[in-house]
Unconditional design. Structure first.
Lengths: 293, 124
């Protein structure tokens, strides 16, 4: 009982304020590190805001760095993918397509630009690559939405003694095919849709579509080619575009006649029919309909 | 052409002014002479900085720039140069581009491809 009374009175004593003069030096020191006091001072000086600002800035920089590193692992967009895949195909087939050769300046680009302007393709860009191989005689490679990538064979043009306008007309055909999504949509890898714009952080990028495009392009040129239906569609479009310009329309008909005669007589260019069936049919489709009197 | 090459290789080159230019094509070559078929001194890729060399002894046509890169002094097609750092595929997709694992021959041919493209635009 005495013990409990002493303990109780001790507790009461502990809670009573100690006069300042009676406090020990060690107790007074504790006042110096009164954290509430320090916090109040920091707040008053605006240092807390400064610390917070710096902390936010560091977090922002770290976040940006993480995002930047993640972006380095992005799979390209379609507009980035197609030129890379097409160019890689050109590089890997440099020996068969023979585009690395010395040739005279044809100046086809000015004629093509003029022809495209006349046919309403304003604002578009194009790039042309001349080949020293007889095949493909002309072709377009999948590229970006705003630019066409066009190929033409110099031996083919030389054999037919094609003028700049005639080469440009063949390239106009290619521009129209590109607008239809040919051959891009015909060689499009199945998984491309899922990969475009995806992120491959922590893994190797899936490059199979890049190589699949190359294989498909080669197979398309050598075996598959365009269908009669596609050629018909293309010829009708050329007809519609050129009808307003009789001199161009006539030049196009003459050009198809030249090609038709060549592919029937020269076995070197017989492969043309496999890719573009067929100039003879194109001429028929372009011929005015005979109306009964 | 040979005279230009000889002047470039044999005479001491007075560099009057040197400005940094950036290569804008995906890949390309610094040529020995200012012509497309001229041999390559080195292959460079998009974003590579080059120094424009002004040398009164070397006559360069309007289409070509006389440039210095590393230990080489050669010629680059002006349409592949920019004063501003270009937005390059390799910079945007470095991991993807590295994964292509191009060998030296492929890098060389890819650079040659950009010597052969004829580019045009249909302006209104």
């Amino acid at each position: 009982m005495i013990f409990l009374a002493a303990l109780f009175s001790g507790a009461l004593y502990a809670q009573a304020p100690v006069p300042a003069e009676a406090r020990l030096p060690q107790e007074k020191e504790l006042d110096v590190v009164d954290f509430q006091h320090v916090k109040d001072v920091l707040k008053k000086d605006g240092l807390m805001q400064e610390v917070k600002r710096k902390k936010d800035e560091v977090e922002r920089i770290q976040g940006a760095r993480v995002a930047q590193e993640k972006a380095r692992h992005n799979w390209p967009s379609e507009d980035d993918f197609w030129p890379i895949a097409s160019e890689l195909w050109l590089v890997k087939n440099a020996s068969t397509l023979k585009w690395d050769f010395e040739r005279p300046e044809y100046g086809v680009e000015e004629t093509l630009a003029q022809l495209l302007r006349t046919t309403g393709h304003v604002g578009k860009r194009f790039r042309i690559l001349a080949l020293d191989a007889p095949s493909p005689a002309h072709f377009n490679l999948p590229w970006t939405k705003q630019e066409y990538c066009l190929l033409f064979s110099v031996p083919f043009a030389r054999t037919l003694d094609l003028s700049k306008l005639e080469i440009a007309l063949l390239l106009l055909e290619e521009v129209l095919r590109a607008e239809e999504g040919w051959p891009r949509d015909l060689v499009r890898p199945a998984k491309l849709k899922d990969l475009v714009g995806s992120n491959f952080t922590g893994q190797k990028p899936d490059l199979t579509p890049v190589f699949e495009v190359g294989t498909a392009l080669t197979a398309f040129l050598r075996e598959k080619g365009y269908s009669f239906q596609q050629q018909f569609q293309l010829t009708r479009k050329m007809d519609t575009l050129l009808k307003a310009h009789p001199e161009l329309w006539n030049a196009y008909v003459r050009l198809l006649g030249k090609i038709d005669r060549l592919v029937k007589s020269n076995p070197v260019h017989a492969g043309y029919l496999k890719l573009f069936p067929s100039p003879e049919m194109q001429l028929r489709w372009l011929a005015p309909e005979e109306k009964p009197l | 052409m040979k005279a230009v090459l000889a002047l470039t290789l044999l005479l001491p080159i007075a560099v009057a002014a040197a400005d940094t230019l950036y290569f804008t094509a995906l890949l390309g070559h610094v040529h020995q002479a200012p012509s497309r078929p001229s041999p390559s001194l080195t292959t460079i890729q998009c974003g590579h900085p080059l120094k424009a060399v002004s040398d009164p002894k070397v006559v360069v046509s309007g289409e070509w720039a006389h440039v210095a890169v590393a230990d080489h002094k050669g010629f680059v097609w002006k349409r592949h140069l920019s004063e501003k750092r270009p937005d390059c595929f390799q910079a945007r997709h470095p991991k993807f581009f590295d994964a292509l694992q191009l060998d030296l021959a492929e890098l060389y041919y890819w650079g040659r491809l950009y010597d052969h493209w004829e580019e045009g635009e249909v302006r209104p």
